[in-house]
Design a protein around this ligand. Sequence first.
Ligand code: NOJ
Length: 495
Amino acid sequence: MVAPVTLCLELLGIACLLATATSREVNQFPEGFLLGAATASYQIEGGWNEDGKGESIWDHMLHEHPEYGNNGDNGDVACDSYHKYAEDVQALKDLGAKVYRFSISWPRILPNGDLDVINQPGIDYYNNLINLLLENDIQPLVTMFHWDLPQALQYIGGWPNPILADYFLEYARVLFDNFGDRVKLWTTFNEPISFTRGYAGSGGQAPSQNASGIGDYLASHTVIRAHAMVYRLYNEQYRSTQNGRVGITLSTNWYEPLDDREETLAAQERMFQFEFGLYANPILVDGDYPAVVRERVDNNSRAEGRPRSRLPSFTEEEKRMINGSADFLGFNSYTTMTVFSREHGISPSMDRDSGAFRMPNYTYPTSSAIWLTVVPWGFRRVLDWASTRYPNYPIIVTENGYADYGDLDDQERISYYGQYLAEMLKAINEDGVNVIGYTAWSLLDNLEWNSGFSVKFGIYHVDFNSTERTRTPKASASFLAGIYRNMSVPEEYFQ
Ligand code: NOJ
């Protein structure tokens, strides 16, 4: 079991480490590899209207429409991390985490989304969290936007309104000014493909706007521009003094073709391009949308009798700004689905434009999330795929994890992590994929969006019936702690 690659990790002054391949077994992580855990503001913080925080689109939607959630669950209190962040840091410390991925709630910093009010208690909260992490030798990896848009900005249309890019730029500036001296790893957006669905139908993602096949593309367009503007801002005004790294987190499953017919393989390609390439191609490849996406949305728009494509276009100047606007790729992946060619979905919709259909393969072990089956080999394939398609960008796996019903003795989660981490290590050590970090989803049981507290991803149990929101480590927490301590995955997971 010998690793055939030489890796140079040059990140945030963690030093440049040369791990020569020959010295490392396949079950070992490269030296300097960042292992940790992840959360997101709305899913854990609570304190939804405390100390000057503004309303977010998720606060708004689940208050107005509790039926869009589960059983009346919402993020009003969640894990109460707004008050209990020190316990979260202790949990990370016990885990042996070197990195904590969390997100900043935009309306906690800017209650109206704009600079008219800068909420000092919100800034204090994240300063306290960041300082405590650093005191415990845990690097913050900060997501600027994990779906909780200030409702004030939804009143002007939200992400489909191009001006949101300017608002996001100013918000990012506040973050760099206040936290950039200590935060060296940033991702702008978490999973744009997920939150832009909030403009493609009602009852699911906030803000639940019915503009399928139009609003989702417009939102994505603004988000890509906003991301690039923030990246350029960092280059021009902060990089030389703060010396951090700025990336974006995109998500995809592995899509296994149903058969090896040409049309099925073409559908597999379309699925990847509509879900991942939509963002990765402009940002990491050439500044523009994938050709297959451009062509299909343009053609469908024409056939629908529209005078313009539902997919907007970037100007040449925007393409130059967008192209190459990332220092690393944040990568979320959980499962594998089967894909084949099929016209489906309402018209217009991204589904219909893609002409590709996906479904979970329930012959694999299931979880408490309907979309998540346990297919470890797919994780290696999707990492290989991403690093082949988008070379030159180090990958941080910003999310990966398993959903159950909350058992403290969570053997299925242990098995998931053991197997998925083994596949990731094969990708790193045998296939030469440049993965430099991994944050397990999630540190805590938390609000799984519309599924509420019923779907549990935590390695720490949270007692949502107690006002204390007591945290208790599950068996998987000590399993991962062993891996993090030894920087290796037990050999049995490689058999
Ligand atoms: C994706 C999202 O980023 C996160 O918020 C969510 O809880 C997990 N995946 C699990 O569904």
